[in-house]
Design a protein around this ligand. Structure first.
Ligand code: NAD
Length: 248
């Protein structure tokens, strides 16, 4: 039970990578608050986890709405006055275009969901973490925060921005014993992934040393390590979970 008695918030925790993180945090003893736009999927997951004897609550929220974020953090803190772990996982992944083709809407969504959503949640939980002199914040970036990606000017920009944000918050709040780290997933199988056999799927595999795509659970295991006290001297780190993509 590596997160026993900890209170954890996972944004975008109803599907894909966020779902795997919600599951592993709950299995390891945390009281998990799933903040997601998709209330049906989030509630189904929370009910499934509770059925298995874990502690999980769905709080419907749009991370780009500051008032939603405040309500989620206040509700989670009602558990025992603490927020121990925040995983900023939600992102806007609806449209991908190059700089010429990207619409104003695509840019605004990427900025407001992926970057500002992370800022809103971080600002709210820091009030608690600074007071308790302890906390772990994990930002889910992407290998596209580290290397270029095709046809994704806005997405790549905000995922790079998350790395700067991670280091900045880490610098300011390290003295308060708050650790802030980023995970950069490579090609991970979720509902947004290309199907096996397609050109994009083959290209993704060819970019890895391991010759395969990853599973959400493989990202969740890295998040668990960064959330737990086992990573007590790790902060400001950027951890690729990418089968070697960024080392090639
Ligand atoms: N799947 C990959 O290959 C991959 C690779 C690199 C990085 N990532 C990153 O991992 C994270 C999760 O991606 P995924 O593949 O699991 O996607 P997904 O679409 O399966 O899950 C995203 C979740 O975020 C929620 N969400 C979206 N917008 C939201 C909002 N405004 N407010 C609250 N919740 C919102 C969705 O409802 C969903 O539950 C994202 O940050 C993504 O950029 C994924």
């Amino acid at each position: 039970m590596r997160l026993k008695d900890k209170v954890a918030i996972v944004t975008g925790g109803a599907h894909g990578i966020g779902r795997a993180i919600s599951e592993i945090f709950a299995e390891e003893g945390a009281a998990v608050f799933i903040a997601d736009l998709d209330a049906n999927a989030g509630e189904a997951l929370a009910a499934e986890l509770r059925h298995k004897g874990h502690e999980a609550t769905l709080l419907r929220a749009d991370v780009s709405a500051a008032t939603d974020v405040t309500q989620v953090v206040e509700r989670a803190a009602q558990k025992n006055g603490r927020i121990d772990v925040l995983c900023n996982n939600a992102a806007y992944i609806g449209q991908w275009h190059n700089s010429v083709e990207a619409t104003e809407e695509e840019w605004q969504k990427c900025l407001s969901v992926t970057l500002l959503g992370t800022q809103y949640f971080t600002k709210e939980v820091l009030q608690y973490m600074v007071r308790q002199k302890q906390g772990s914040i994990i930002n889910i970036s992407s290998i596209q925060g580290m290397v270029g990606g095709r046809n994704s000017a806005a997405y790549t920009t905000v995922k790079s921005g998350l790395l700067g944000f991670t280091r900045s918050v880490d610098y300011d709040f390290g003295p308060d014993n708050i650790r802030v780290n980023a995970i950069c997933p490579g090609a991970i199988t979720t509902r947004i992934s290309p199907q096996p056999g397609t050109e994009l799927y083959q290209r993704q595999i060819s970019k890895t040393f391991l010759g395969r795509v990853g599973k959400p659970r493989e990202v969740a295991q890295a998040a668990l390590f960064l959330a737990s006290d086992e990573s007590s001297y790790i902060t400001g780190a950027v951890l690729p979970v990418d089968g070697g993509w960024t080392a090639m």
